[in-house]
Design a binder for this molecule. Structure first.
Ligand SMILES: [Fe+2]
Length: 228
């Protein structure tokens, strides 16, 4: 825990509901983390081979995501990833301003998305945080062969405040109700599990391989907020 504290000291929480020096209050911020994991170059080739081998044995690997827990496997590359996720989750919770010692479980599954595969709008019930680690993504040149208006290979997150963009004027960051990004191999994304998101179709013949996960809190009663 001591190592984490040095990192945490660099950043204060963003979810502070108190006014700043000028009286501004940032209500209901939605915090997302995008990090390039250290050591991804060495790990990704190993992870890709391992996942593709499993995909050959389990035809429903991507859709049967509740079967087993990939992030509990003992393979060294999986242990590396699980450790990185634990560090990133603690960084996230520190920045969020919540305590980081609430026990949680980490539950993961692999995704192999081939040409045309996509994930419609959804969120991850019964979880606290959700995320994805990208093992392999199609080259941009390969994606550009498809219809670019379909945002091939991108992941989108939707503004959780319905119609908050309706009155946006020039300069207002709320004008876009959809936040999209094109992930790179080695990226870890982490977001609140309630946040709706979707994955656009893979428009190439190169597979997009990722590992998604949920962080599920085991809430002891003395970790609940005081709302008296
Ligand atoms: Fe998801």
């Amino acid at each position: 825990m001591a190592d984490f504290e040095a990192v945490f000291a660099l950043a204060g929480p963003v979810a502070n509901p108190l006014p700043d020096d000028e009286g501004f209050i940032a209500l209901w911020p939605t915090l997302m983390l995008r990090q390039r994991l250290p050591g991804f170059e060495a790990a990704n080739g190993i992870l890709a081979d391992w996942i593709l081998a499993r995909a050959r044995q389990h035809k429903d690997l991507t859709t049967d995501y509740r079967a087993g827990n990939l992030l509990a496997e003992t393979h060294p590359a999986i242990r590396w990833l699980a450790g990185c996720i634990q560090v990133s989750a603690r960084q996230y919770m520190q920045r969020q301003g919540v305590r980081t010692d609430t026990p949680w479980s980490l539950q993961g599954w692999a995704n192999v998305n081939r040409r045309g595969d996509y994930h419609g709008v959804h969120n991850h019930p019964h979880s606290y945080l959700s995320g994805t680690y990208y093992v392999a993504v199609p080259r941009q040149e390969a994606l550009a062969e498809g219809r670019l208006d379909l945002a091939p290979g991108e992941i989108s997150f939707l503004d959780p405040r319905p119609q908050a963009n309706m009155t946006a004027i020039a300069g207002d960051a709320q004008i876009e109700a959809e936040y999209s990004l094109l992930p790179a191999a080695g990226d870890l994304l982490l977001w609140p599990a309630w946040l709706h998101h979707m994955v656009h179709p893979n428009a190439s013949d190169e597979a997009r391989i990722s590992i998604s996960f949920n962080i599920v809190l085991k809430r002891p009663t003395d970790h609940l907020p005081d709302q008296s």
